[in-house]
Design a protein around this ligand. Structure first.
Ligand SMILES: [Zn+2]
Length: 394
């Protein structure tokens, strides 16, 4: 039996508390314990923190149907330059009926609304509901969510509802993302005699220009998601000594990808340029970047930075049902949209093809910005939005 509470007020209190507990990727412990304790007080049928530090709660349905999953991430990005903030990013301050702070939009208000929405559910529901709050999304979306689905839930969901900010609209997809590592090995020499060396930095600059030119000519377009993009974001060379020719240079490219683009098609232009530059004597390695993630539980996971694009058909029953209930009960002019950024949907929809939609409070353009804020009205409406979505998908 769940407690009788003012669900909207409760969500605002929870959102404030969450903002006051910093939870950078890999440091979500305090928030995870807070959420576990809050859910435990509200009453759920089971509740665990798994080995990657995810919090997973279950509200048992009376029928044996595929479950509904409400999903969000507990981590957030750095606040950045504090001088640009009007309030302390970890104060959870309310100004003009808006809640301010790092994570207000991305995505602690949403977590709070999801948690509070369970107080609006009847004692008995048909379909089991899982609340899944994951770690390390900002660094590697989909990784912790995959772990929760494969190791704890272990069932195909009926629908996954992502809580990333949508301005209370329904979102149904986004571009994917991958990181490409391009490493050039040359030959060092005294800078006064460059002809004796093979300058890895020069070869890398030449490569970047050629790769970007080739990409511009071939890049693809999707009518809903827009263009694929490619841009270099990190470069380093060694030895970093001014009178010496660098024999090593590494650059990382951020590539935003459209549905049906594969690792192979993406790397094709890189390989062509590599071949061309290698004729000059350099050795080049091109690959999708892999990284090691350390979770707050101490667990380390190796991750390949390739995250698939996904789209759920706007005409599908899931989208029609969701839009209909949100327009009827929450936001009469709600629309269907697509995120500009990437989400945990890269796993549920991109990898697995599970029906996945997004609904969340706040304006996505404010995510990762100084003075990130969300109107209190959005939090209130999101609480009812989540409860209505759960009930409509029974
Ligand atoms: Zn997010």
């Amino acid at each position: 039996m769940r407690l009788m509470v003012d669900s909207a007020k409760l969500a605002i209190e929870i959102a404030k508390d969450l903002i006051r507990a910093p939870s950078l990727s890999g440091e979500e412990k305090e928030v995870a314990y807070y959420i576990r304790d809050t859910l435990s007080n509200l009453g759920v049928d089971s509740l665990i923190i798994d080995e990657l530090g995810n919090v997973i709660a279950k509200i048992e349905g009376v029928e044996n149907k595929d479950p509904i999953i409400l999903e969000g991430h507990m981590d957030h990005v750095e606040p950045g330059n504090r001088d640009l903030w009007k309030v302390d990013p970890y104060s959870g301050k309310i100004v003009d009926n808006k809640l301010y702070g790092r994570g207000a939009v991305d995505m602690k208000s949403s977590l709070a609304s999801m948690i509070s929405s369970i107080t609006l559910l009847p004692d008995k529901i048909d379909r089991t509901v899982y609340l899944v709050f994951v770690t390390h999304e900002e660094t590697a979306e989909g990784v912790a969510f995959k772990h929760a689905l494969e190791n704890t839930i272990r069932r195909k969901p009926y629908i996954v509802i992502l809580g990333e900010a949508t301005n209370l609209n329904i979102h149904v997809g986004h571009r994917g993302r991958c990181l490409i590592e391009y490493v050039v090995q040359g030959k060092t020499a005294h800078a006064s005699m460059p002809h004796l060396g093979l300058n890895a930095l020069s070869a890398t600059s030449k490569s970047i220009v050629s790769i970007l030119e080739a990409f511009e000519k071939t890049r693809s377009y999707h009518e809903k998601l827009g263009y694929s993009t490619l841009t270099p974001t990190v470069i380093e060379c060694s030895p970093k000594v001014t009178p010496q020719i660098p024999d090593y240079c590494r650059v990382i490219f951020d590539r935003r990808i459209l549905p049906y683009e594969t690792e192979d098609t993406i790397l094709r232009i890189f390989r062509k340029v590599k071949e061309h530059i290698e004729h000059e004597g350099f050795k080049i390695r091109v690959s999708i970047l892999t990284e090691e993630l350390r979770f707050w539980t101490g667990k380390i996971v190796k991750v390949k930075d390739f995250f698939k694009s996904w789209i759920l058909d706007e005409k599908s029953m899931y989208v029609r049902k969701a839009l209909n209930i949100i327009r009827t009960r929450i936001k009469p002019d709600a629309t269907i949209g697509y995120w500009k950024f990437s989400t945990d949907g890269v796993y549920s929809a991109g990898e697995k093809g599970y029906a996945t939609i997004g609904f969340g409070p706040g304006n996505e353009d404010l995510a990762h910005q100084p003075n990130e804020h969300v109107p209190l009205k959005h939090i209130e409406k999101a609480v009812y939005g989540y409860a209505n979505l759960i009930l409509t998908f029974q």
